[in-house]
Design a binder for this molecule. Structure first.
Ligand code: ADP
Length: 159
């Protein structure tokens, strides 16, 4: 059985992330959406909140689990019994950073393979930070995230 992890901040989960979950979970027997607990960026939601929002978003995928983790991603992958790291690539913004991380991960864990999915055309421009900015300004992006995520963002960001 090939287990893959899909690591990220997921602050919060978007339809772009869910598109990757859908595609990856149709290829791998088990996919663990892995919420990195304290990434080096400022966060809106706590790790527990990000896990909860992601869990509710993936309930229909029977082979997808959501957990939070800390420390080095490839070490966590090994502990979880995963051989594959899944990431999503948007056209212009992600490649260089992903390439650097992939080379470093390969040095740390040559036994773990990276599989990148090209972002869906619909979600190329979508990021969690963009969602937060637009919601703060009163914009509506309800077709870019699950309804419970939109409600949680509005509760946090709107007066
Ligand atoms: P990180 O902080 O690790 O970049 P993110 O939560 O921003 O975490 O993203 C997790 C993964 O999902 C990354 O591989 C990122 O490139 C990918 N991703 C983010 N947004 C999208 C999107 N709209 N479409 C496809 N993949 C995406």
């Amino acid at each position: 059985m090939t287990i893959a992890i899909y690591p990220g901040s997921f602050d919060p989960i978007t339809n772009g992330h869910l598109d990757i979950v859908k595609r990856a979970s149709s290829i791998f027997e088990k996919l663990i959406l892995s919420v990195y607990d304290i990434p080096q960026k400022s966060l809106l939601f706590s790790a527990a909140e990000r896990v909860d929002l992601a869990r509710r978003a993936v309930v229909d995928f029977k082979n997808v689990e959501v957990v939070s983790y800390s420390g080095i991603t490839v070490e966590y992958a090994r502990q979880a019994g995963a051989k594959v790291l899944v990431r999503g690539l948007r056209a212009s913004s992600d490649f260089e950073r992903e390439f650097e991380m992939a080379l470093m991960n390969k040095k740390l864990a040559p036994d773990i393979e990276l599989v990148c999915f090209m972002a869906n055309l619909r979600y190329q421009f979508l990021s969690s930070s963009m969602l937060k900015e637009i919601i703060t300004l009163g914009g509506n992006l309800d077709d870019m995230m699950p309804q419970h995520v939109s409600a949680a963002l509005k509760r946090k960001l709107l007066p």
